[in-house]
Design a binder for this molecule. Structure first.
Ligand code: SF4
Length: 254
């Protein structure tokens, strides 16, 4: 047997062992079904808001509803009792994250209403640093650099946990030890056993939100977190600008 085939067989056996250990994760077919189901639900929920004349007044309520929908879906995961994600455990907060406009508005509103001015200035400086770094390298290189998210506190918590991006909420692990191995680049480590069910719900809801925005003629693109947040913070009446389709996120990294 060639080396390539041996490697492939070893990889298949390892994946099969991981599946047995972490059990009950959806197979590829049901992953696609999950994604489509939750995308549909999010599209329906979002389009109700996006059709309204008073969208600008309701976009934060839209963000809340969509986030609640995603969290409800994630709670249904067969692995929901086995997550080892805890406050202060932050290896996954050293990666690249993207958000859609309603998420960015909700996060900035949370920062502006929950964080003292001096801490907010510090967060803004970190966002600027991360935005510049993200612009200067590929997404893969950015992830490989393990750059801490600007919204992470010194003790490893998320400053915006209540309104965190759906992408972050859907990244759940059943092994803290393996997350740490990944973070520390331990040679020969196993992959992080993520909850694929929760991830598919999150992906589905995010895509449903994005589609609904696009169907309503609005910008539903996913933008790099720090770029998007800084643009919202720097713009006078950002929600009006977005709802009037005036290029709020022009030049932001996607
Ligand atoms: S937004 Fe919060 S949860 Fe997401 S990567 Fe940043 S600190 Fe972590």
């Amino acid at each position: 047997m060639s080396q390539k085939r041996k490697r492939k067989k070893r990889e298949q056996a390892r994946r099969s062992r991981a599946r047995q250990r972490h059990g009950n994760t959806p197979d590829r077919l049901s992953e696609r079904g999950l994604l489509a189901t939750w995308a549909d639900r999010a599209r329906q929920a979002a389009s109700g808001y996006l059709r309204r004349d008073d969208l600008a007044d309701n976009v934060l309520a839209l963000a809340d509803e969509i986030r609640a929908l995603a969290l409800r879906g994630m709670e249904r995961s067969p692995l929901s009792g086995r997550h080892e994600c805890r406050p202060g455990c932050d290896p996954c907060c050293h990666t690249a994250v993207t958000v859609a406009a309603p998420e960015a508005f909700a996060i900035v509103r949370h920062l502006q209403t929950h964080i003292p001015a001096d801490a907010l200035r510090e967060v803004r400086d970190k966002m600027d640093r991360n935005a510049a770094l993200a612009s200067s390298m590929t997404r893969e290189a950015y992830i490989a650099e393990l750059i801490p998210c600007a919204l992470r506190t010194e003790d490893g918590n998320c400053r915006v946990h209540a309104v965190r991006p759906i992408a972050c909420a859907g990244f759940l692990s059943t092994s803290r030890a393996k997350c740490l191995d990944e973070f520390n680049r331990v040679p020969g480590r196993d992959p992080v056993p993520t909850d694929r069910y929760a991830m598919m719900v999150g992906l589905g809801v995010s895509h449903g939100l994005s589609d609904a925005c696009k169907q309503a003629g609005l910008d539903g693109t996913f933008y790099e977190l720090h770029h998007a947040l800084r643009r919202v913070m720097d713009t006078r009446d950002p929600i009006d600008t977005w709802s009037r389709n005036e290029g709020l996120f022009d030049d932001c990294l996607q």
